[in-house]
Design a protein around this ligand. Structure first.
Ligand code: DGI
Ligand code: FE
Ligand code: FE
Length: 401
């Protein structure tokens, strides 16, 4: 992640603020045009935070928007992310943001970039005269000689005694609202208009997705069932994994309902003996690998996923994969899979493993490192007790270490 910092002082800096819900190629094009046409050194993307008293249920969080923009600009030379508005708990007024930026980086000159639609409303913003004092205003236009824009700019220039620059960029006509609605209705067919890193983020974090839980057995029914089927300590462990997974979901921006179902169901087959697991797989036509014959307890993953799908109607492939991979892990796991893998190891009732407090703390700081630590310790433990190590466990360790 690239943050603007002191090294960025003394520069000509473009400021591109907004909700970025989602960020799209229009934003990138404007920023690139500003960079070249205005001779800027850098463009700072400043996603706005969560306004006080506002709870937008149909939207994504400020953290999601920030992370999505951050993932995108970290790939582009001269683009930076800035969290000044994310970390403010008050309304973000542009004049205040610009003042703070001047205080933090006194030797910069700022170029505030806006689209032509915002220009029409600019006169009604808070303290436009201060904004003009703190920054040159750069206006991205669709058509490069619209008389209404030119007139507006000449009015503002006189009124605020300031300089405006017209940006003649190929301002591709993308609207975040339209993209968002399209994603919600048609799924993820949006790559053409969204930078690749942002679309990966959206996909991995399941943003703008309407996840359908209606077929699933209810949480209460599954819970009641598991408390009958599992030994009390295993049931307690299951609850611990579920809540820990939900916590990690909050930390890593993954839908909590998916974490809840995956956590709840991950060990549902744990009451089966080795013989029963093998028999179950043979009867249902579930393939058993050579290492699973050597270490049949590994089969509680496959059997558990089968039962989740067929007994509890949990037909979401992302949840099923999290159950399937929860013991050995897998290279390049999804975040949900990683969350279940880690939660299984660190839930509060666990106490036997080495370095548990280190791994617990690391889980909330960097889940990839925590994953690698768990695999390293698991492999060492399996070597100590002379157990057969599945190649998936080794491959997962190689991937994350
Ligand atoms: O089901 P849980 O006890 O909650 O946890 P789990 O599903 O992660 O299973 C943990 C056990 O599985 C633990 O004793 C380590 C073992 N394990 C993990 N990878 C391998 C493995 N056992 C063998 N034999 N081979 C592996 O690759
Ligand atoms: Fe397990
Ligand atoms: Fe478990």
């Amino acid at each position: 992640m690239k943050h603007a910092n002191k090294l960025n002082d003394g520069k000509k800096v473009g400021i591109l603020g907004g909700t970025f819900n989602p960020i799209h190629n229009g934003h990138i094009n404007i920023a690139k045009a500003a960079l070249t046409e205005c001779g800027l050194d850098e463009v700072w993307f400043i996603p706005n935070g969560c306004p006080p008293h506002k709870n937008i249920e149909d939207s994504i969080t400020a953290i999601s928007r920030y992370n999505m923009v951050s993932a995108t600009v970290s790939r582009e030379a001269n683009f930076y992310i800035n969290d000044i508005e994310l970390s403010s708990i008050d309304y973000n007024y542009t004049h205040i943001t610009l003042l703070k930026l001047h205080e933090a980086f006194p030797n910069n000159s700022y170029y505030f970039i806006m689209g032509e639609d915002s220009l029409e409303l600019f006169g009604s913003w808070r303290k436009p005269e201060l904004i003009c004092q703190y920054a040159t205003i750069v206006v991205a236009t669709r058509s490069n000689n619209s008389t209404s824009i030119v007139n507006l700019i000449s009015d503002y220039s006189k009124k605020y005694n300031s300089k405006f620059i017209l940006l003649h960029c190929d301002y591709i006509d993308v609207s975040s609202t339209a993209l968002r609605n399209k994603m919600i209705s048609d799924g993820l067919d949006f790559e053409a208009k969204i930078p690749i890193e942002a679309s990966k983020y959206i996909h991995e974090h399941m943003l703008y997705e309407d996840i359908n839980y209606s077929k699933f057995a209810s949480y209460e029914d599954i819970k009641a069932d598991l408390s009958d089927i599992l030994k009390p300590t295993r049931y307690e462990h299951t609850m611990g994994v579920m809540f820990t997974a939900i916590n990690l979901g909050m930390r890593y921006d993954v839908p909590l309902e998916l974490c809840r179902y995956a956590g709840l169901l991950h060990d549902n087959a744990k009451s089966y003996t080795k013989e029963e697991l093998i028999k179950f797989c043979e009867e249902k036509g579930i393939a058993i690998t050579k290492s699973e014959y050597k270490a049949p307890h590994l089969l509680h993953c496959k059997v558990g996923a089968y039962i989740a799908e067929n007994k509890y109607n949990v037909d979401d492939v992302r949840i099923l994969n999290a159950i399937l991979n929860h013991t050995t892990g897998a290279p390049d796991m999804s975040l949900l899979e990683q969350i279940i893998f880690v939660a299984d190891y660190i839930e509060p009732r666990r106490y036997k493993a080495n370095r548990l407090s280190e791994i617990r703390a690391m889980a909330y700081y960097d889940i990839d490192i925590a994953t690698a630590m768990i695999l390293q310790d698991t492999i060492n433990y399996l070597k100590d007790i002379d157990a057969y190590i599945d190649e998936r466990t080794i491959n997962t360790y190689e991937y994350y270490k």
